[in-house]
Design a protein. Structure first.
Length: 415
């Protein structure tokens, strides 16, 4: 288990594909292709080769004595001005897992390493493109007209990389030909929880489900000087009270190790002038939880709170659906193996949910899945300051490689 070699690879990749502002491996672009070319040379050194599926995902196969397959991986693409660990940590730790078996006797099961295409969605606004195509959940018509800030169409960017939009869902059929018994992903936490606990590594319970809406409060604009407070129909105050209520709802439903969150990230008011009572206010409500029943209860309570706040402020309220993502809890057996591996390497195995989505979530309906988190310094990600202290990073990589070995043994027994 050569964790230092993984770290050296990570630093080499960063040096090749970053500027002083951070990583620049934007999916479907030249720096991303350079990263993939560099990765191909690392794979070739093992006597293996990289193959592409119909969605542009890259696969490396190390055949085993059995067709039963353990998949490891993550993604090489980054956001603009991103960090040196997000995504690529999982790919290069997966490469080290292949190194542990390549050149020796055949492993008892087949190992496959995947570099998912366009996990970030930073260029065209749709994340998990490659993994969702492989999962069969990508809606082709919903992405057909997407363009980037320069006006380049997604369909043209895909074609430049040898991918045909209308053929991308063939990757789902290709995935189904794999006798996949487990998917394992190592990723940085991207949040402050593990660091606040002074822990290097954590076991990920699953990815949050999401309820996302816009909530519009409609009152009456009026002069701020001549309208008594008791006679106002202030849409902003109703929205503000609702936002505070949503925070309290999240607090009530939080439990140790499986906290929930609610965020109001958009606030628009009309007429938006100093001398007017807001007649209209629209806010976004993003609620997340790992338990589907908890998420449903939070959504119901938020609606009730908005109606109560609207009534108190003599305004109307209307909810507009933006999107819903089902919670994706991870496999209990793999969670047990993950907990064993983390505890053996670090002495403890904290369990936590993932607020951000990951490619792993797309695999949940199709095979047993688990993720492992490495702590993030100051909880930062998607920026050049993204980091994990090297001793913690080493522990996380070693724990992940232990997990791979445990899973290989588990799958080899026919589980």
């Amino acid at each position: 288990m050569n964790a230092q070699r993984v770290i050296a690879d990570l630093r080499e990749l960063a040096a090749r594909t970053s500027t002083p502002d951070g990583a620049q491996r934007l999916a479907w672009g030249p720096m991303w292709r350079e990263a993939r070319d560099w990765f191909r040379t690392k794979v070739a050194a093992l006597g293996l080769r990289v193959e592409s599926d119909s969605a542009g995902n890259h696969w490396v196969t190390l055949p085993g004595a059995s067709s039963r397959t353990v998949i490891v991986g993550s993604h090489l693409d980054s956001v603009p001005n991103g960090g040196w660990l997000d995504g690529c940590l999982g790919v290069l730790a997966g490469l080290e897992a292949l190194r542990m078996h390549a050149g020796a006797a055949k492993p008892p099961v087949t190992l496959r390493l995947v570099d998912w295409a366009d996990e970030e969605g930073a260029r065209f606004g749709r994340s998990l493109i490659g993994s969702s195509a492989a999962a069969g959940s990508l809606k082709i018509d919903e992405v057909r007209e997407l363009t980037d800030r320069q006006g380049t169409r997604l369909v043209d960017a895909l074609a430049e990389n040898g991918v045909l939009l209308d053929k991308m869902l063939d990757a789902h059929r290709e995935l189904k030909t794999i006798d996949a018994r487990a998917y394992l992903e190592l990723h940085i936490e991207q949040g402050p929880v593990l660091e606040s606990m002074k822990k290097a590594t954590g076991v990920v319970l699953g990815t949050f489900g999401v309820e996302r809406h816009m909530v519009r409060f409609t009152g009456q604009a009026a002069h701020s000087g001549s309208t008594p407070i008791a006679m106002r129909r202030d849409a902003f105050l109703a929205a503000a009270q609702t936002a505070l209520e949503c925070r309290e709802i999240a607090k009530r439903h939080s439990t140790p190790g499986a906290g929930v969150v609610c965020t109001v990230g958009v606030v628009n008011v009309e007429p938006k002038i100093v001398t007017a009572v807001p007649g209209v206010c629209e806010i976004s409500v993003d609620q997340r939880a790992l338990d589907a029943n908890v998420l449903s209860a939070m959504h119901r309570e938020a609606r009730e709170a908005s109606e109560r706040c609207a009534k108190e402020n003599h305004v109307a309220v209307e909810w507009k659906y933006l999107g819903r993502i089902e919670p994706r809890p991870f496999d209990p057996q793999l969670l047990r193996l993950c907990e064993e591996a983390v505890r053996e390497e670090t002495g403890d195995a904290p369990r936590l949910p993932s607020g951000p989505l990951h490619d792993a979530a797309e695999m949940v309906p199709h095979m047993p899945v688990v993720m492992m988190f490495a702590c993030s310094s100051n909880g930062l990600s998607h920026c050049k300051e993204e980091d994990t202290p090297e001793p913690h990073l080493e522990k996380s990589i070693r724990a992940y490689l232990r997990l791979v070995e445990k899973t290989v043994a588990h799958v080899a027994l026919g589980s």
